[in-house]
Design a binder for this molecule. Structure first.
Ligand SMILES: Nc1nc2c(ncn2[C@@H]2O[C@H](COP(=O)(O)OP(=O)(O)O)[C@@H](O)[C@H]2O)c(=O)[nH]1
Ligand SMILES: [Mg+2]
Length: 222
């Protein structure tokens, strides 16, 4: 192959699940593009301009008509990605910089960790507090694409984090937390209005709490 026809696969891809995040997704994409040209946004059933904003910012966009949840969206993004290493990012981040992304990828590319999990620090009190109470729910992570694709139930869970946590334990994966200073997210209550936000959050926690039951049911079925 001549150098002109050789399209090099980047080492790292960024996958961003986004559901109605038109206000923030563009900025997240622009920072992600400083790390790698392979930035994939997966929107499913967003009723706003999420897909357009992501595309305008330079991302590859998978735009699905039906809303199926963050887990299936992540899975579709991982399947589309080519790079062997993946950074997962939420689309509602505020204050993201390339320094945060470098901090996430460095320990995994260096072989120190199999998965880096980002936690907010000295951002806004409420989002920091939520993150500290539940760091295993963080959407900011770096890991190998092949391992992420192997996580059982990833494609079936609306919220994929418990499935990932379970697989981390089961596979004895070397993981660790990475602090992400001055990073925060838009809270659900701000995105959707107070009561809708509360309803959405309650549904998410119910989903998270019932993961074990679904997993066990599947174990029995297998
Ligand atoms: N594609 C897709 N992304 C989703 C869906 N639900 C949540 N997300 C994205 O997943 C990330 C985390 O969701 P969010 O509602 O902010 O949850 P929180 O950060 O735990 O409060 C954000 O980027 C959302 O846009 C969904 O149904 N489909
Ligand atoms: Mg969020």
């Amino acid at each position: 192959m001549s150098p002109e026809t050789m399209t090099e696969v980047p080492r790292v891809a960024v996958v961003i699940p986004a559901y109605n995040e038109q206000e923030t997704v563009g900025d997240v994409v622009r920072v992600a593009l400083q790390l790698t040209p392979e930035v994939i946004v997966v929107s499913d059933g967003s009723g706003d301009r999420t897909a357009e904003e992501a595309r305008a910012a330079g991302a590859q966009v998978i735009d699905q008509r039906e809303n199926t949840g963050k887990g299936p969206a992540l899975y579709a993004g991982l399947q589309a990605a080519q790079a062997p290493w993946i950074v997962l990012l939420d689309a509602d981040l505020v204050g993201l910089t390339i320094t945060h992304l470098d901090a996430l990828v460095k320990p995994v590319l260096g072989g120190e960790l199999d998965m880096a999990i980002g936690v907010f620090s000295d951002g806004r009190f409420m989002t920091d507090f939520g993150n500290r109470m539940t760091p295993h729910l963080s959407g900011q992570r770096a890991a190998r694409r092949a391992w992420l694709l192997s996580v059982p139930r990833l494609a079936q869970e609306r919220w994929p984090e418990p499935a990932i946590t379970y697989a981390l334990k089961n596979d004895r994966v070397k993981w660790g937390y990475v602090e992400l200073p001055r990073l925060s997210q838009v809270m659900k209550e701000e995105k959707r209005g107070f009561w809708k936000g509360v309803k959405y959050r309650t549904r998410m926690y119910l989903d998270l709490l019932t993961f074990r039951r679904r997993r066990k049911r599947q174990d029995v079925a297998d």
